[in-house]
Design a protein around this ligand. Structure first.
Ligand code: MLT
Ligand code: MN
Ligand code: ZN
Length: 309
């Protein structure tokens, strides 16, 4: 299986348009130790020819332009794209807004669970996805779904969707108190399997690592996991906001309740942080925190990172 990181940053991207934190300022200045990153998404393929997107971020057009394998075949028909399916892991803007850029009459299959399908069906702006071309297919809640293109041809990959602790999207929060933000249907993790049996897990948003998540990913080849925040209160400490990671539905990287500790005993060939917020110091290659993460056996995703599984 071939994986390309289309974007490694959390919602807002890096640098974020309105942020002057240390990382954003260094990234904006072109500091080679602080690479800019777009919003989180992966492209996966069984044959490096026909690709499946995991989430469609608002940065999708630029992400595709930057990836030679994801551009139209110049010897193909006048309009063509190697993108044949999109699988969505949640209703957040950074997971779905890029769908609006896939509105140009290209056939693909859109895989979503009922929570996300309802958001898409209930927002008329998404009707730009012409259903004569775009086939909506459910993600099975039990077991694997074989990924197929809009003509129902198999793509050589199987996906399993599993529930992950999380909350409803930001735009649904208005008028709800904290207790009503948590929703066990709102966020899923994705397991991608090739015919060889090799597996890649994509969990860009996760509030808490449960035993069942640990059990599911155990023995996998690559885990891409929520690296939003280094510390739960980092946005407050930096004067960049009022929310903790817990309030945003994101576990932090460090500490005894963090993700490094949570997966310390879980056998995985590679562990890679993705969906990294602009305030997280691991985005600066020369930070102590980045060194700590690497020493703990984790990698830090960047745009254009390629992983062959
Ligand atoms: C998140 O992951 O918490 C969201 O992307 C927040 C947002 O929509 O900006
Ligand atoms: Mn997000
Ligand atoms: Zn910033």
């Amino acid at each position: 299986m071939f994986v390309r990181v289309l974007g490694a940053a959390a919602g807002g991207g890096f640098p974020q348009w309105n942020c002057r934190c240390t990382g954003c300022t260094r990234a904006r200045a072109g500091d080679p130790a602080v690479k800019p990153r777009t919003q989180a998404s992966l492209a996966v393929s069984a044959d490096a020819r026909r690709w499946v997107l995991l989430n469609a971020s608002p940065d999708l057009p630029a992400q595709l332009r930057a990836a030679p394998a994801l551009n139209p075949d110049i010897s193909g028909p006048a309009r063509n794209s190697p993108v044949h399916a999109v699988v969505i892991s949640g209703g957040d803007i950074d997971c779905i807004a890029g769908l609006l850029s896939l509105r140009e009459g290209h056939p693909f299959t859109l895989y979503a669970d009922p929570f996300v399908q309802k958001i898409i069906d209930n927002n008329e702006v998404f009707s730009v996805l012409n259903r004569d071309f775009v086939r909506c297919a459910p993600l099975s809640a039990q077991g694997e779904t074989e990924l197929r293109d809009a003509q129902n041809q198999p793509l050589g990959l199987w996906v399993e969707a599993f529930p992950v602790p999380g909350k409803i999207p930001l735009y649904q929060e208005a008028g709800k108190d904290a207790a009503n933000l948590v929703n066990d249907q709102a966020v899923i993790g994705l397991s991608l399997r090739a015919a060889s049996g090799r597996k890649v897990f994509f969990i860009p948003g996760c509030a808490r690592v449960t035993d069942s998540i640990r059990h599911l990913v155990s023995g996998g080849n690559v885990l891409f996991f929520d690296g939003t925040l280094w510390a739960d209160d980092e946005m407050i400490t930096a004067g960049m906001g009022t929310k903790t990671g817990a309030r945003m539905g994101h576990i932090s990287v460090c500490g005894q309740d963090g993700s490094i500790a949570a997966f310390a005993q879980t056998p995985l060939a590679r562990k890679i942080f993705i969906h990294i917020n602009n305030t997280n110091p691991i985005l600066c290659d020369d930070s102590q925190e980045a060194a700590f993460v690497r020493a703990a056996g984790w990698e830090i995703a960047f745009d254009g990172m390629e992983v062959t599984v």
